[in-house]
Design a protein around this ligand. Sequence first.
Ligand code: ADP
Ligand code: MG
Ligand code: MG
Length: 900
Amino acid sequence: MKKYVYCFDSQGTEGNAKMRNLLGGKGANLAEMNRIGIPVPPGFTISTAACVEYFKLNNKLPYGLMNQVQEGILRIEKNMARKLGDYKNPLLVSVRSGARISMPGMMDTVLNLGLNDKSVIGLAKETENPRFAYDSYRRFIQMFGNVVFGINGVHFEKALDKKKEETGSAYDTDLTAEDLKNLVERFKQIFKEQSNKAFPQDAWEQLTDAIMAVFRSWNTKRAADYRRVNKISDDWGTAVNIVTMVFGNMGDDSATGVAFTRDPATGEKRFFGEFLKNAQGEDVVAGIRTPQPISKAGRSSEDQITLEEELPEAYKDLEAIYKKLEKHYRDMQDMEFTIQKGKLWMLQTRTGKRTAMAAIRIAVDMVEEDLITREEAIMRVEPDKLDQLLHERFDPKAKKRLFGVGINASPGAASGVIALDPDKAVTWAKEGKSVILVRTETSPDDFHGMVAAKGILTSRGGSTSHAAVVARGIGKPCIAGAEKIEIDYSNHLVVSNGITLKEGDEISIDGSVGEIYVGSVLTGSSEITAVILGQMKPEEASMYSYYDKLMTWADDVRRLGIRTNSDTPHDSWTARKFGAEGIGLCRTEHMFFEGDRILAVREMIFASDPEGRKKALDKIRPMQQKDFEDIFKEMEGLPVTIRLLDPPLHEFLPHTNEEYEELSKRIGIPVEELMRRGQQLKEVNPMLGHRGCRLGVVHPEITEMQSRAIFTAAANLIKKGVKVIPEVMVPLVGLKAELDDQEQIIRRVAEEIQRETNIPFEYKVGTMIEVPRAALMADKIAETAEFFSFGTNDLTQMTFGMSRDDAGKFLPLYVERGFCRVDPFQSIDRDGVGQLMGIGVEKGRKTRPELKIGICGEHGGNPQSIEFCDELNLDYVSCSPYRVPIARLAAAQAKLKHQK
Ligand code: ADP
Ligand code: MG
Ligand code: MG
């Protein structure tokens, strides 16, 4: 017969910590604690395999399971000299869920099982404590009713509150044995009313029902939702732990509590936790009374009385146990315990959840305590969570009034006045106001407003919308797609949640969670960022040294280079401070929008011949050259990849009649003529239209101007002794001929400038691989290209044939229904897009073994994608400045994973 039951007691232990798949986390760790001599009440675990079998059999217990359960109970009965359902000496047990991965609070547990109208009398006599006996019984009826029959706990709680009122009791502990006895009768009545069944008196019936109910709790809606969000398989099932009851509700020398071996919020090495006297199970978490702190070191004020003082013997044992457990598991533990008449029992231990800050501090401390290796420390911090540490955040204690919710597109927190258009944002920011830019969506012309704002809120678009991408790039909090918020531009109003705000009113956004609040909520600057950016001294920020140590270790380990996507000197400076080793993508189109330049750009677009275009381009060139000089300066000694103009020209067209009139005056073409030409530039499908290298092929003078600006900037700086490493990148190449055409212009200009200035310089010409055909033809393209950079945003949308600006209408459903495991715009689709990348790398390096290959799409800052890039043997990843630390850590983890 298949073995379903695994015992742990003084005679032996059949499980251990490694068996979490079979025994669940709770069961495996109960076994392990028992094995290493920590006091655990005797019990056994029914394996997850039994649960899986139960569902397969259409909610029937597998053959032989109950026989094994009987043997298990018999073993406990002998051990404890008690008997399940006995009237004199009843054995009481808990029936506890416990999955492979902890799903806190999602599944069910029943305590005090085995009580009935007769055994409760036995228990009262035996313990000489009727109050305790009836307290346990009323708890059991409520839990059993709730878990097995789905009776809402509210019915019982109302009756309890009524009883307290009648008797003038402030707390449940003030109720007498008689009160509780009455309450038990009332509870049984409620049970009958709600389930149409008398409360079962047979202990074996209770046990069988409870086991099945715990199995079924795997499939409650909340558990299923939790699994979906946390990407946990539905097929695993839960184990069931049957554990002898120990009682924290036996009086003032009894208690129940939870404890952490270190502070889960800060990581500080101090024993930390809470307990309640004369209480049971989840009373501590449920907030029925205010719990007391466990240790003097962990209390927040001097007048709190601790376990250390109240029950010093039990505390000493707990202290020895937590130290033993932490050493044994080599990680911070989160424990549940109960003290019965001064004697300590451990009921659970698991790896404790923690904030990013705590994760870093604990990992670094444990290396210094020789508990773990540096490699283990690196693996213990989730790269994505570093975001929490690097951005501004709200004071957790501040009062908040919710205005709406949206997609948490870029982390961090900000408060400011609402500005509905970018120019107003700039004006108000200049006046020294904090501004939140609120738009239905943003476009490249809003960029200046986004830079001026403290945060960005849009009512449309997702986490890869323009607003989101730009916000992450410039390190500003952003909430996108807050669909319920109505923006009324004409009346300057924003309406949501029944609240109407005017432009200029204050609002707050928390981009880490996607919540919007009315009014201003205090924000605190991240200490670590303040130190990194030189606004604070390292010794003033307690967390900085931990962060710095961990990142140094990560840098020692990683193979991948980390570059940044940056279009401005300021972003470049920031990224370099965060550890960027070059620029992997400098977009030149943003430079076209700044100040008056857009007028020159428009002049170029509307010029009727190449001559006119050249004249206009001549006006832009010096400005662009200055931009490049500033960026090269910030990136001295590091490679800077500059992408030639990419977006379709109509993105630069005037929007309003006034803008058309201004342009008409400037270039002497009538407004109607301008509008007609503007109309001609409109494309049916701009994403696949006249953009990328296709612009430079049709209008070579644009490529010529940009090359001139780049190389003149380089020559000027080299003359001053600044080391510059320019790399010119041609976008959207699909045909080798396209690249050849552009390369020839770039190289000609480079030579001209070297001749003119008499300053020799090195440079590279390469291409983006973002059209599927380019990946397939990489061997040919590498004959010309000296480097590749995967533009995975375009490569993804072209591989899927799915516009990322429109995917919001169906992609979330695809992810929810499991068509794709993750949003391919967030994490690289390894199977499809990844296959093309693999082909690109292999073919490219076949032609040119020294070919430098990187990635500059949004995926360059995504840990799962970074892991894939390491597997593909790319040379570097490039991401937005604030994601550079995340990429450094993710790259180190990727390397360590692949070493194994
Ligand atoms: P969860 O997984 O939700 O934490 P548990 O199975 O750990 O649920 O049980 C809920 C509460 O009941 C916990 O506080 C636990 O310590 C307590 N508990 C469980 N079994 C026993 C027992 N045998 N004796 C005393 N308390 C118990
Ligand atoms: Mg628990
Ligand atoms: Mg692209």
